[in-house]
Design a binder for this molecule. Sequence first.
Ligand SMILES: [Zn+2]
Length: 433
Amino acid sequence: MSTLLIKHARIVTMDNHQREIPDGGLFVRDGFIEQVSPTGELPTSADEVLDLHNHIVLPGLVNTHHHFYQTLTRAVPAAQDANLFNWLKTLYPIWARLTPNDIFISTQTALSELAHSGCTTASDHLYLFPNGSKLDDEIAGALEIGLRIQASRGSMSLGESQGGLPPDSVVDTEESILKDSQRLIQKYHDAKPGAFVQIVLAPCSPFSVTGELMKQSASLAREYGVHLHTHLAETEDEEQFCLQRFGHRPVGYMQEVDWIGEDVWFAHAVWVNQDEIKLFAKHKCGVAHCPTSNMRLASGIAPIKQYRAAGVNVGLGVDGSASNDGSHLLAEVRQAMLLARVKEGITGYSLSNDPDRKLMTAREALWLGTRGGAAVLGRTDIGSLEKGKCADFFAIDLNRLDYAGAQHDPVSAVVFCQPQRVDYTVVGGKFVV
Ligand SMILES: [Zn+2]
């Protein structure tokens, strides 16, 4: 039994009432929150006590899409100014030389960056396993850092010789992919509240695996109750690829391979129409919105306001570090708010007399980064500061140059002002930063 008391902080709960407590705190027992309230109502002692006077405390951010291994290939000159398909073709041969130790080191690099930006749970999508590397190398790196991880067993089976995009050197046979997926679920997947490791099955994209592998992966995932993830409708090129190869738009193809449901979330989902947005809402498919990556690769702007209005779960992702080129999740919250406003602007916001048409607020962007992300990953134990939830949070000292003049609204300051490195990050009651 161990207890932790946080007091005199500005608490942002992100509960259903979006309750904020100006002088509040948390009482934590064995990694879970036992009480969230004004400081005066909290117990007065604990094994560890931290006075966070002049700090803001928010629920840990949830990253819904990343490729940790890419932290070793940032700003590669030949890929700096390429669109998605050319960017991939430039990088695949470099990634084909990754080793198990590279997977371990890049995992720790990405998770350290994420932790410094307030992230406490991260999903990662590892879809190539060159030179004997395994998802186990990533999980080992993550367990040392101490963030929660949704480790996606990605896959690519459709090499160039089969009409796919990746070179044959980075694809695997479908039989070995499914066998390894089952091994990983049995070895690591923890379905209990407070889990530190969960496994996800994640064929890379429609243009790198066959429809048969998509179907088999869905069936295996549902047998064990694990979630499914893939890239979808990221670029207009992909839409053309799917129409030519499968005779469907990307979302239609997902319906055909049984990839529609509340256990599925898609990265990007930029190129969708109104009917597809309604379909996601009806079947509770989640979306991992990666605004920086979408800007970096000139992919387009995802219709986040329309998703939200339709009731689709949306979380945020920094995406791989070869297309961001960083893992600052609080910065991604800011990008999401700003890019949603750009979209409003180019679709005629300034000409609109509609009083209901509102810009995305800082609190809404924070909601996407916390509650939205938790919902997308199918987790009810994280995303807010409430009794019974995991003690996952971060704190920022408000007394800094970057927030000068913004002290009247510290919650908005952390989104509107220059994104900061956090002062504390706590996961399951333990200090990671
Ligand atoms: Zn990605």
